[in-house]
Structure formats: C-alpha cells, structure tokens
Design a binder for this molecule. Structure first.
Ligand code: TEU
Length: 549
C-alpha cells in the first residue's frame, strides 16, 4: 500500500498539457507522450482534471456523461493506454469527480426538463417567491443569480456555478447511488485516486435568503455532508484501502476538515482548503486589486498545519491549480529573482505537513501570461466578471488589470515544452494563447540543468520520500510574527528539520536565537550561505532547509 504522506501529486489540466494530434487542444495521448518527463520529476500520482464527455462550458467541470471520454481528449483506448504506461512507471492515476452538479446536457437533466418526475428529483427545482423573484437571493460563484427560471415549468433550478451546471439533489438516495456507481466504474478500470470537486457543497440546508452574503452559509459544509461522505466511502472507494481521495472544500472550516480528513473518519484521505489563497482578496471578493497580506498568509497556513496535526487529520498542501494564478507572479518575482523566488515558494509548501500538489508548469516556474484583451480570455468566470466589473462602473482598463491578476486563465495557458513555436505544445493553433515567455521558460532548457526550477522540485519530491521527518513530523512555527520570513521546524523521532525562507526581494539579517553551528544545510536555492552564531543574513528570496546535526 502506498503511504500518501510520502507522496507528491502532479496535476494535469489535459486541455493545456500537450497536444498529440495538432488540433490545438491537449489530449490523453499527449499525457502518455510526456510520462517520462513526469516520471523524472519523481511524483507518485497524476491528477487528471475532467476529460469526460462535456460541452466544455467550464472546461469539463460540466459533465454530460460520466462513463465516456470526450472525443476532444481521446478514446477509452487512449485512457487505458495511459493507465498501462503510467503503471509501468509506477505512477498512479487520480480522476476528478464532479458530483455537486452535472452539465445541463447530461441525460438526467434532459429527462428532468422533459418533465420526468424521477429525474426532476435528481436536481433542485423550486417555485419562485413571486413573479420574477427567484426562490432565494443566492448568487452563482460565476456571477449573477444561482437560480435559472424555466417558463415551461414555471420553476427555477439551482446552479451554484454556471447556468449550464445544475446542482444535483444529494438528498435523493438514487443520486447518491448513481454517484457511487460512477466511482466504482473507474475503480474497476484501475484508478487509484479520486479528487472530488466542491464536495462540501453537496448537502444543501435551508433554502432561505441570505441577508449577510451570497448564500454560501446555507450549503457550505451542509447539514448531512459527513453522513453523505461516509456513505460514498462505504459504497465505493472505501472498499479498497489503497485508494487515495482528496476533497476540494470551498469556504470550509477547520472543524469540518478534522472530520473530512481525520485518520479514523472514514470520509476522505485529505482536503484542499483555500483560505491561504484569499490573502489577496477583500474578504471573499476576489475581483479587486489588493497587495497580498504576508502576515495573514503565514497565520492561516500555520493555524491549519498545527491544528490539523493535533486532530490527526491530513492536508493537501499547494499554491497552484487550474483555478489559481501562477504563484511566482502572485507571491514571488517575475523579474531578476524569478528562479530564486520560484524555488523559495516551492520550499515553503513542500516541507509542510501534508501531501504536496504540483500543478503543471509550476515545476518550470511558469508565470501569468499578462493578457491585455478580452479576446485572449476563455474562462466563463473571467468573461462573466469582465462584464460585471464594468456594470459596476469600472473602466475597461481597471477591469483588465483585475483580470490579469486574478483570472483562472492565468494558469490555463499551455505548458511550455520547448522554445519552438507555441512552446512546442501544439503544431496547430492553441485553444488559448501560449505565454510569450516560452523561449526562456520551457521544459527542454530545464530538465538537464541541475540548477533549474524543475530539478529543485525534483529534489523536494525526493526529500519527502527520504526523510520521515518531512513526511510525518510535527510543525512548529518559528518567529511566526516576523514580517518577511517564513520559518518553521519539523520534528520527528529525535530528528529536526528547520526551514527558513525570505519571502521578499530585500536581504534580511535575522537573529534566530539558536546557534546555527548545530545545523547543516540540506537544500537551498543559493550555492553559498551567510550565517554565524545565531545570526543569518538571507539574500533575496533565499530559502534554506537545515537539518539539526
Ligand atoms: O472550483 C471550485 C471553486 O469554487 C473555485 O475554485 C472557483 O474556481 C472559484 O471560486 C472561482 O472564483 C471547482 C473547479 O476546480 C473549477 O474549475 C470549477 O469551475 C468549479 O469547481 C465548478 O465545477
């Protein structure tokens, strides 16, 4: 059995990974073609975002058919080939299960729309509060009302995301059985990991107006969520102890995550939470421009680290995914310290307690593309909010500035493989523009360079495998209120690792309050270091992993 605490997961957004047939879209055969690259990184699992049949309104998070592969991504044979080739290399597959909602093109919804009562009960239909007034004032995460009116039924259906993503009714036992059946189908195909999309939104509570917000308090970590997860576990993945699961938890609380990811909870192996990635928001509002709050970032990460550990629950740790901007652009430096900051950020995450996730291209230090025109954007959320921002009175320039920082498309530009046209991603026209810096940032120039960002990630992945202290140790924040330094200890069975990172561009002299003569450097983003006695002089974005001798 694999110990997921020693593992690292690599996330692939197939559409932007590698195009094997020149149609401009990445595909499953493209993933197979790059398995040796992934193997070289040393990761254990590949998480593939949804490739099921879908109208692609939300790039596959709108599933039309859970049992078949969208022809744009390939065939079932392509999937089986990928699975076999990955297995040969000791890499396991994790699939992305979207069960809070389906596509409106899913046959269940089609039947519901045709008036079939059985299938109407698969979704959430409600009468309005009056003519033209939806059942509640809840807002869709992609903008606008979360309810869509159907004149032919004189009813509304709930969609917490796009109008084409109707929410499933998990209070209907038949829905829960259908969902478990889908998981078992992919288990039978040899899949050994599952990521569950916004899974903490499935249990809806009261359908009431929210006078304090957008409605999320009524359905986030809802009343029956733990019951439903335990049931799904028992009916599907829990039947095989060698399967790992991760729940994507939107606006969750720590108390709920102790249960979702508790070692003895029989719910999930681990959870993603996003609190640390809202430190450049204004509250829950992401469509604003505010500098990131370093103090808050540290407080949140440490709070989760320490408390999850105290409650014997497991975190997924990460900076990046297909919904987040590129971390170097967000918290690091795109300029002269690009490489140092990319490695420093990797150090912070990969030495924490939790299973680290690397999002495609992160291991190359890929940056935001800096799009300047709406025609360059593809994401439904970005397109909607571009309009909403202008409706609120912002001029186009401001709207563009906000999008270029927060848009999900920042992470969806194609992986930069080489310095050839389109970064070697496709021989056709890419579905979304390739970042212009592909000539300097690309895999070909990094794989064999021992000093590259890629090889630094490779070393971090290996470090976790070789050192129980990094996999299992306690986390002790060091000088947690320091305004520039991110430092912590890991302790396990008499061993200690000390991680010291300068999160900023300016050098920093810091008194650690302990004699560093008792420590040796095991990995750093600089070749030489400047410390003596209890003082350390950190260079811009310097990170050092020490081990106590
Ligand atoms: O995302 C859930 C989610 O709520 C966010 O990360 C979302 O992108 C953010 O709130 C927008 O500001 C998951 C998937 O990762 C995302 O790609 C899907 O669009 C979404 O669910 C719906 O399935």
């Amino acid at each position: 059995m694999k110990d997921f605490r020693k593992c690292t997961v690599y996330q692939i957004y197939p559409k932007s990974f590698y195009d094997s047939n020149g149609d401009g879209l990445g595909d499953l055969a493209g993933v197979t073609a790059k398995l040796d690259y992934i193997k070289a990184l040393g990761v254990d699992y590949i998480w593939l975002t949804p490739f099921f049949v879908s109208p692609q309104k939300d790039n596959g998070y709108d599933v039309e058919d859970y049992y078949n592969i969208d022809p744009r991504y390939g065939t079932m044979e392509d999937f089986e080939e990928l699975s076999a080739q990955a297995k040969k290399r000791g890499i396991r597959l994790m699939l992305d299960m979207v069960f809070n909602h389906t596509s409106s093109r899913n046959q269940w919804f089609a039947k519901a729309m045709a008036g079939d009562e059985k299938y109407k009960n698969y979704y959430i239909f409600k009468k309005g509060k009056g003519p033209g007034v939806p059942p509640t004032n809840w807002e869709s995460k992609f903008g606008g009302s979360a309810w869509e009116y159907l004149p032919q039924m004189d009813e509304y259906y709930l969609h917490l995301f796009d109008v084409s993503q109707p929410d499933l009714n998990w209070d209907n036992e038949e829905v829960r059985r259908e969902v478990a059946k889908v998981v078992r189908f992919w288990m039978d195909k040899g899949v050994q990991g599952f990521r569950f999309d916004v899974i903490n939104l499935i249990s809806k509570g009261a359908f009431e107006d929210d006078d304090q917000g957008d409605g999320r308090r009524f359905y986030t970590d809802g009343p029956k969520i733990h019951e439903y997860l335990k049931e799904l576990n028992a009916l599907s993945f829990g039947q095989n102890a060698d399967i790992i699961t991760v729940g994507e938890m939107s606006s969750t609380t720590m108390e709920n995550c102790f249960k979702y990811a508790g070692a003895d909870s029989h719910e999930l192996s681990m959870v993603f939470n996003f609190h640390h990635l809202k430190v450049d928001f204004m509250g829950n509002e992401k469509w604003v421009l505010v500098p990131f709050d370093f103090k808050k970032l540290k407080d949140i990460l440490f709070d989760w680290q320490v408390n999850m550990s105290d409650h014997n629950a497991w975190n997924a740790v990460f900076w990046c995914n297909h919904d987040q901007p590129r971390v170097v652009s967000r918290f690091g430096d795109e300029g002269i310290y690009w490489k140092e900051s990319a490695k420093m950020l990797a150090t912070v995450i990969h030495c924490l307690r939790g299973t680290p996730y690397i999002y495609q291209g992160e291991e190359l230090g890929m940056t935001n593309p800096g799009f300047t025109d709406i025609s360059q954007y593809r994401d439904v959320e970005s397109l909607n909010h571009f309009q909403i921002l202008q409706d609120k009175g912002l001029n186009k320039k401001c709207a563009y500035d906000i999008l270029s920082v927060h848009s999900r498309d920042n992470s969806r530009t194609p992986v930069q493989w080489t310095d050839e046209e389109n970064g070697g991603f496709t021989t056709g026209t890419p579905w979304i523009e390739v970042n212009k810096n592909y000539k300097t940032i690309n895999a070909a120039s990094q794989v064999d360079d021992p000093d590259s960002v890629f090889n630094y990630y490779r070393q971090l992945v290996q470090l976790r495998k070789d050192n129980d202290v990094i996999a299992y140790g306690d986390v002790v924040p060091v000088d947690p209120h320091h305004p520039k330094i991110f430092a912590y200890e890991r302790n396990y069975e008499g061993r200690q690792v000390l991680v010291v990172c300068n999160f900023y561009k300016t050098p920093e002299i810091w008194d650690l309050g302990r004699d560093l003569a008792g420590y040796k450097v095991i990995l750093s983003n600089y070749a030489s270091h400047d410390f003596s006695g209890t003082a350390i002089k950190l260079k811009p974005y310097e990170s050092i992993i020490f081990e106590k001798i």
